[in-house]
Design a protein around this ligand. Structure first.
Ligand code: SAM
Length: 288
């Protein structure tokens, strides 16, 4: 199980020079450039310490003495180090039922409406874009399971992330017990505790609703859609405005006309996209 990576605090340039591996401003600039080009993630100066900590492990493993050497390693587009670089640079913080009101809205409004609107096709498609280790997608699946009539529907949840490690963790559907504590009592029947290994696993009837795939959101998407619901929460916070605008335009295109988009609590579409109408509390509906 991969613990979620989170942000760290700031160190001055002087402190960087004294550390195990020297990292100059030029090295950080190069790392920033490669990260932006591949992932869309904009690394601001105050992420220097975080970047140092995450990549120092790679330098140790590769037996590289300086960040300048590591920058040479990642400079070619075919470098075998690039997937490790990307996995190290992404921030994967997530939890079951994070921003619980989104799941309440799914249960109270979205699924009851979809059951009526899609009654003829009995088809529902949901996408957890930037799914990290899968807790978001499985939380959606647990809400689905509370609607018995959906058992006979063609309902699929796609969970994608750029980071191959987190996608593997999601696919395994096994988590440390303390992560399982975030599952509210009303949904705990969908997980199984294993006290010997201190883990919880997702019950197969829930896990089977979710398909994990590695996907870079900046690249072309193999799916045709249309999706009824897209969750893209706490992902674009790391992107600059032009990258966000392009991405939300593509989400609008792949959503069905009145489909819903859920974004993170600190994100909004103001000055980014006019293709969605706010339903309040970071829930949007496609408008055009
Ligand atoms: C903080 S996590 C959010 C997880 C979950 N959506 C949530 O809100 O709990 C952000 C995720 O976005 C992924 N990510 C960042 N850039 C990406 C990109 N260009 N394509 C796909 N996923 C990306 C990261 O790997 C990371 O797992």
């Amino acid at each position: 199980m991969k613990p979620a990576k989170d942000n760290a605090s700031t160190l001055s340039a002087g402190e960087f020079a004294e550390r195990e591996f020297p990292m100059t401003d030029a090295d950080f600039e190069e790392i920033r450039k490669v990260a932006y080009k591949i992932t869309g993630i904009s690394l601001s100066d105050h992420k220097k310490n975080m970047v140092y900590g995450r990549l120092a492990r790679r330098l140790r493993q590769l037996n590289i003495a300086t960040f300048a050497g590591y920058c040479r390693e990642i400079s070619s587009k075919d470098s075998p180090e690039l997937p490790n670089f990307v996995n190290a640079i992404t921030t994967n913080l997530t939890s079951f039922f994070r921003e619980f009101h989104h799941f309440q809205y799914l249960k109270s409004t979205i699924f009851p409406n979809l059951i009526k609107q899609n009654a003829a096709s009995k088809r529902i498609r949901i996408w957890s874009a930037g799914c990290s280790t899968g807790e978001e997608a499985y939380s959606i699946a647990m809400v689905v399971k509370t609607f018995q009539q959906l058992n006979s529907w063609d309902l699929k949840i796609l969970a994608t992330d750029l980071d191959s490690n987190v996608v593997d963790t999601g696919r395994r559907a096994i988590y440390a017990s303390d992560r399982g504590e975030k599952v509210p009592a009303e949904f705990s029947k969908y997980i199984v505790e294993d006290s010997r290994n201190n883990t919880v696993s997702i019950k197969p009837e829930v896990a089977s609703l979710v398909t994990f795939k590695q996907l870079n959101l900046l690249h072309s998407w193999p799916m045709k859609g249309p999706f009824d619901v897209i969750f893209c929460r706490n992902v674009v916070i790391y992107f600059d405005a032009p990258t966000q605008t392009k991405l939300f335009d593509r989400y609008a295109d792949i959503l069905r006309p009145d489909g819903h988009l859920f974004i993170g609590h600190s994100e909004n579409l103001h000055n980014i996209s006019d293709r969605f109408q706010s339903q309040g509390r970071t829930i949007y509906q496609r408008a055009s």
